[in-house]
Design a protein around this ligand. Structure first.
Ligand SMILES: NC(=O)c1ccc[n+]([C@@H]2O[C@H](COP(=O)([O-])OP(=O)(O)OC[C@H]3O[C@@H](n4cnc5c(N)ncnc54)[C@H](O)[C@@H]3O)[C@@H](O)[C@H]2O)c1
Length: 252
């Protein structure tokens, strides 16, 4: 599916993987609506063709309004890339006691339920658009993580949320098939984004050494390139694609 002269939503679009994807989509002629929280938008650079919209992905009303803004762009909404997420860690039994339940719920709320919220409300709008060739209307790309398969120590909440996205991919593709909407998921390994900003250079080098090939961390532009490839490819649907240099995470 071509993105030129279509509207696109990218959640988490003010930083990291989302920002790179928003810029790539805009570079290819899409009108991009980057949903993010006010703090992140405040720090984001202006990018031609990208309009930032303050949307908390966990809030139904805010997502509905954000989707309506994108739908009013004068070109059909055809693609969504869900990148909003958080990646904190906590052990099930830590020094301070058992895993905080509210913390677990928050991670699942943002990463999994937030993605589902945007997928659902954006799908409603995409389903209203005029179909293209072979009744195609649009594509939704979610972001899981290799932690959804091999979560590490401290990643119970994060891995659960990402495994949920992996499990959502096929039934969402099946549900939305009758509307001509494809659903795909990218499961990145370790990509150099602000999410990794807190770790030391030494730790970063250690992470890179664990990647078989290429022996380095991934780049946000590589995620964006893959997201665009999935959008472009009309026969890809219901699949989760790892982008990890063959990395398989060890327990820690
Ligand atoms: N960087 C990695 O190594 C890596 C690896 C695997 C998966 N991922 C996943 O990729 C996605 C993007 O991560 P990133 O590395 O670009 O992180 P990032 O921190 O650079 O960007 C995440 C963005 O999501 C936004 N966000 C958080 N909660 C939100 C909410 N409730 N509503 C709207 N926006 C919200 C943040 O404000 C931020 O701008 C996340 O889902 C993350 O779990 C990242």
């Amino acid at each position: 599916m071509q993105v030129k002269d279509t509207a696109a939503i990218v959640t988490g679009g003010a930083s990291g993987l989302g920002a790179a994807t928003a810029a790539e989509l805009a570079g290819r002629g899409a009108k991009v609506f980057a949903f993010d929280l006010p703090d992140s938008i405040g720090k984001a650079p202006a990018v031609d063709g990208v309009q930032y919209v303050e949307v908390d992905v966990t809030d139904e009303d805010q997502v509905r309004e954000g989707v309506a803004t994108a739908a009013g762009a004068g070109v059909p909404l055809r693609s969504v890339v869900n990148c909003a997420g958080i990646g904190p860690s906590m052990r099930i039994l830590g020094r301070k006691g058992p895993h905080d339940l509210g913390f677990y719920a928050k991670v699942v709320q943002i990463n999994l339920i937030g993605s589902f919220n945007v997928l659902t409300l954006a799908a409603e709008e995409i389903a209203r658009t005029e179909p293209l060739e072979h009744d195609a209307r649009g594509v939704i790309v979610n972001t899981a993580s290799v932690a959804g398969y091999e979560g590490q120590i401290g990643q119970a909440a994060y891995a659960s949320s990402k495994a949920g996205i992996i499990g959502l991919t096929l039934p969402a593709a099946r549900d939305l098939a009758q509307h001509g909407i494809r659903v795909l998921t990218i499961a990145p390994g370790i990509v150099e984004t602000p999410m990794l900003a807190t770790v030391s250079e030494e730790f970063r080098e250690g992470l890179a050494k664990g990647v078989p090939f290429p022996q380095r961390l991934g780049r946000p532009e590589e995620y964006a390139q893959l997201a665009l490839s999935l959008i472009d490819h009309d026969y890809l649907n219901g699949e989760v694609v790892r982008m990890d240099g063959a990395l398989r995470m060890a327990p820690r």
